[in-house]
Write a protein that binds this ligand. Structure first.
Ligand SMILES: C[S@@+](CC[C@H](N)C(=O)[O-])C[C@H]1O[C@@H](n2cnc3c(N)ncnc32)[C@H](O)[C@@H]1O
Length: 271
């Protein structure tokens, strides 16, 4: 099916990846029982409910705790031990982590759990700070509330549920102690104004998660975002992306990817 993307008013489709827009519109057409693209576009001029549904579908907030279990296992068993060790060797007091498209906070809290466990197990005095940002204020509010469905925590071990959540009926509430380690704020990765979240004061992150976001954008937007992440990442720092996004980052910047993992390492040399 061929779409004329300029025809949908009120939504800036020019920033999105064309195949993502096409599949999203096809999905909405199927759902709302339209077979003609022209009829569907015409309906959007008067059917505000459908227009909202389309906007929602274009701004996907899906996330899970420990979403990519292999990547989180690599973080736990390889990256964090190295990071804590490096900090000790450099007499540095803080590990700085940015979850750059955090949705309702599942990714940021997963990272905080791993850091907390490592700290406690090794009696480390190194502080860790997790800055978590998203463009969607309602998702950030959900993140601050920290209340999740059983489906959302399906990848969380029984041990971690016991240590970091309180079960209330059929929902799981993040404990205050874990919440304290994560700072949620609004940040648009495409904004020209700020290079890093203002609550972090300066970038210099040791680790950045920007997972399952690049894929939705056009190459020009992807490049803008990757440049920003590169700028905020300390030399030798790690960048974690989504399954379909590793090649995108490798094609734009001085990152080298790990085989089998959605993890990239920034080169140490400062040009
Ligand atoms: C599919 S979710 C990914 C959540 C999480 N990173 C994960 O992998 O589970 C994508 C998130 O990116 C956010 N997002 C989209 N465009 C953004 C932008 N320009 N700046 C910051 N966040 C953005 C959306 O609001 C959404 O919450």
């Amino acid at each position: 099916m061929q779409f004329s993307l300029s025809e949908i008013k009120g939504i800036d489709l020019s920033i999105f990846n064309t195949s993502f827009v096409e599949s999203t519109i096809e999905g909405r057409m199927k759902e709302s029982k339209y077979t003609s693209f022209d009829d569907y576009v015409a309906c959007l001029s008067h059917d505000n409910a459908e227009l909202d549904q389309l906007k929602k579908a274009l701004n996907n907030h899906y996330s899970l705790f420990f979403r990519n279990t292999l990547t989180f296992s690599f973080l736990e068993n390889h990256i964090l031990p190295l990071l804590f060790k490096q900090k000790v060797l450099k007499h540095s007091r803080e590990i700085r982590i940015w979850s750059a498209a955090c949705a309702a906070g599942q990714e940021a809290y997963s990272i905080a759990m791993l850091c907390d466990e490592f700290s406690k197990l090794h009696r480390s005095t190194i502080r860790f700070s997790v800055f978590a940002t998203d463009i969607a204020d309602d998702e950030l509010q959900k993140a601050r509330n920290g209340i999740y469905s059983e489906m959302n925590v399906k990848n969380v071990s029984y041990e971690r549920i016991k240590n970091y959540f309180t079960r209330v009926g059929d929902v799981f509430k993040v404990r205050e102690e874990l919440k304290k380690g994560v700072d949620f704020s609004s940040f648009d990765l495409l904004s020209e104004e700020c290079s890093c979240p203002s609550s972090s004061i300066f970038g210099n992150f040791d680790l950045i998660f920007c997972a399952n976001l690049l894929f939705y954008y056009r190459p020009e937007m992807q490049e803008k975002i990757v440049r920003k992440l590169n700028h905020c990442l300390a030399p030798g720092g790690w960048l974690i992306v989504g399954d379909a996004e590793k090649e995108i980052v490798e094609s734009y910047s001085d990152f080298s990817g790990y085989k089998y993992f959605t993890v990239l390492k920034k080169s140490i040399s400062i040009v």
